[in-house]
Design a protein around this ligand. Structure first.
Ligand code: AQP
Length: 332
């Protein structure tokens, strides 16, 4: 069977280093190993949390620019906006009809985002994993590269695919495999090493945005939380020093050195000495991406053209699959 990957990012705020390392950079690394690649900007998912829906247009275009600037060629890959392919929401409805509420109630993201008062949570937030399953299965994607936080949703997608196959008594959908790279699975907040870096964290200092200028990157790294201990000579000796481990891991990810090598390189040094090195490494890597993003965003017509090309290709695949799905459901 040909391999096809699908993944996406919600346009809910400032795209950050966690999205870049956990998602985009890992997609780029697998482009040559997969037959077909679809990269979506999942704008309909942004509507599940109302406060994130403002600036939807700007955020959608910024994520498209981030994909391209990070090395996803819009000619060889399909980059598109979820709402430009209406088959996603159609398939999500069919999935809603065969997905027990108990499965959705178990999703930890729903529990986290709905908070204590679940009765007041919106239906869209509750059924969002069924739409995510549709995003993946409408293309019969075989692999889904994601960060650790999305693993549970990909596992649910497999359950939904199997339930649908059983319902129509045909193996219409493949059971997609999550691809999670352990080194980048969870990039942590710069303010609290026990929390993942996230767009919804109220503190801008908790994350590096892909559009941050050099001075801001430098400032955020200088202000990043650490401890008073010197850097140890081995990764094991970092123990529970979560913030220290996060910063050293970031350096390791951008220098292609192992965490053990980084610890040896800086053994006995204070973080005040390490932080400028980390900041300049990040700036060297991120500033060309930022410049390209600005160029792409300044030429909106070309960016929209790329998204149209991606949506046309995605619609063609989805239309063919939807025909088969409707037939399997005995629709006229
Ligand atoms: N901190 C992270 N480390 C590694 N990977 C991450 N991802 C997100 N944060 C990290 C991965 O980025 C992809 C797209 O994420 P998303 O925007 O669709 O949803 P999210 O996981 O909810 O991201 P945020 O930043 O935390 O958004 P908010 O705050 O709006 O909920 C996914 O593959 C995700 O794993």
């Amino acid at each position: 069977m040909p391999t096809r990957i699908l993944s996406g990012i919600r346009p809910t705020g400032h795209i950050h280093l966690g999205n870049y390392l956990g998602a985009i950079r890992s997609w780029v690394s697998m482009i040559d190993q997969v037959d077909e690649r679809l990269f979506c900007i999942v704008d309909q998912h942004a509507l599940t949390t109302a406060e994130d829906a403002k600036d939807l247009r700007k955020n959608t275009l910024t994520i498209a620019a981030a994909y391209i600037a990070s090395g996803i060629d819009p000619v060889k890959n399909h980059i598109f906006v979820q709402s430009h392919v209406p088959y996603h929401t159609e398939l999500a409805w069919y999935f809603n009809c065969i997905t027990p509420m108990g499965w959705l109630s178990r999703m930890t993201q729903f529990k986290d985002k709905a908070g204590k008062n679940k009765d007041q949570a919106m239906t869209g937030l509750f059924v969002y994993p069924a739409l995510m399953a549709a995003d993946i299965l409408i293309y019969k994607a075989t692999h889904v590269p994601v960060g650790e936080d999305q693993k549970q949703h990909v596992e649910l997608t497999r359950d939904i695919a199997q339930a649908f196959n059983n319902y129509v008594n045909t193996n219409i959908f493949p059971l997609p495999d999550p691809i999670i790279k352990s080194e980048t699975a969870r990039i942590m907040s710069l303010r609290d090493g026990s929390k993942k870096m996230s767009k919804s964290d109220p503190s801008d200092y908790s994350r590096i945005h892909l559009l941050d200028d050099d001075e801001t990157i430098d400032l955020k790294i200088r202000k990043a939380k650490t401890d008073a201990e010197p850097i140890p000579g081995s990764a094991e000796a970092l123990g529970e020093r979560l913030e220290a481990k996060n910063l050293l891991s970031l350096y390791s990810l951008f220098t292609q050195k192992s965490l053990a090598e980084v610890c040896l390189e800086f053994e006995g040094k204070q973080f005040s000495e390490f932080k400028p090195k980390l900041a300049s490494t990040l700036i060297d890597h991120l500033s060309p991406i930022r410049s390209t993003m600005h160029e792409l965003l300044a030429d909106e017509a070309s960016l929209l053209q790329y998204l149209k090309k991606g949506a046309d290709a995605a619609n063609a695949i989805a239309c063919k699959n939807m025909h088969e799905i409707r037939q399997s459901l005995n629709m006229v």
